[in-house]
Design a protein around this ligand. Sequence first.
Ligand SMILES: Cc1cc2nc3c(=O)[nH]c(=O)nc-3n(C[C@H](O)[C@H](O)[C@H](O)COP(=O)(O)OP(=O)(O)OC[C@H]3O[C@@H](n4cnc5c(N)ncnc54)[C@H](O)[C@@H]3O)c2cc1C
Length: 354
Amino acid sequence: MGVVMAINAQRALKVIVGDDVDDLFARAGAVKVNSSRVMIGAGPHAGTKVLDVAEERPGKTMHHADLLRELLAPIPPENMHASKKLVRIEEATSRPLTLHFSDNTSTPADALIGADSIFGFVRSHVLPPAHPAPMPVPVGWVGTINMVPTAKAREKLGAQWFEEDRQYGWCIGTTIAPWTREGGERRKAVDRAYLEGVYEGWEEWVKAGMIELLLDQADPAAYATYEHLDAPTYVNGHVCIAGDAAHAMAPWQGSGAAMALEDAVILGGLFAKIISPDEIPRLLHVYNEARRPRTQRIAKSSRQTGRILSGIDEDVGLDPGRMREALKDWWSFIYDFDLDAHIASAVKALENRA
Ligand SMILES: Cc1cc2nc3c(=O)[nH]c(=O)nc-3n(C[C@H](O)[C@H](O)[C@H](O)COP(=O)(O)OP(=O)(O)OC[C@H]3O[C@@H](n4cnc5c(N)ncnc54)[C@H](O)[C@@H]3O)c2cc1C
């Protein structure tokens, strides 16, 4: 799958990787996204451009796996333990934690940062037992995804969409997919009949091309989109959650990975300031205070973005003018974010709690 690193994600990566970040993007095969262009895909305004998102502050897109490969490359192999599944967290007496894995191994730890994703396990350790938020809930949208060579996409969709490196989103006035809520299914196999139903009312050229491209894979499927209800805390003692484990969000503002990177930057900045494991609960408290407001605001705004981009917001509909009005500056609070000030304020809060 491809991922876009928006401008704020690029800033966070620069803090993590340093000046090498442009080389890292080059090695990962990143391509500049000249904008994310929102288009009307169905109805009387089909073919109308709504607006360009992030034209002034372009993102970079690449294969998710290539980005991960490059991020992991500098880490010494002896510090990585892949294919180990955490199954239990024990609050030991000699050290704060013992982590138990499914292969019957265990390890002592001063702290645990649970970045174990949306269906992860650490969230249920962090949240109060009676709280409804540990398990993710379906947002109602589904996505069918395929990655194909650009030449093939150009051939099926038309060369006019490939004159510049751009991301396109087509708004068609979809309803929310009820099957994700009714049966709790996370994945559903799709075929031509299903896709023709989904694309009913679309412009013929895009409908035919997209169906061909989506069926051009071994097991085409629709995947349900999930998000978390707002967690009252991201922290419990020496344990915290970060990334999707803390704040999984609908992907409409392309910010989930960016938030995971910002979480990492704040945690890194704070851990650099302590000298004893005894300081960890205090540090994690500061992390929680710093990160919850921003990440939960973006989760809420991403959900609303989905309603507008899907054309199902009652006040906006599939009207290009109203959509433009609703969406202009919509991403500003995400992109125009002062990460340096965010780090400095978290570090100051840590010092003040000493
Ligand atoms: C369709 C779609 C498009 C998106 N596009 C964008 C985009 O353009 N830009 C953007 O910023 N974000 C985007 N996102 C969001 C982004 O993909 C996620 O927010 C991001 O991958 C979260 O990273 P993470 O490290 O928190 O979790 P993950 O990437 O899910 O990694 C979690 C890791 O934890 C491991 N794990 C799970 N359980 C355990 C366990 N018990 N023990 C040990 N390890 C465990 C997993 O194996 C996995 O390796 C998109 C999401 C979707 C669905």
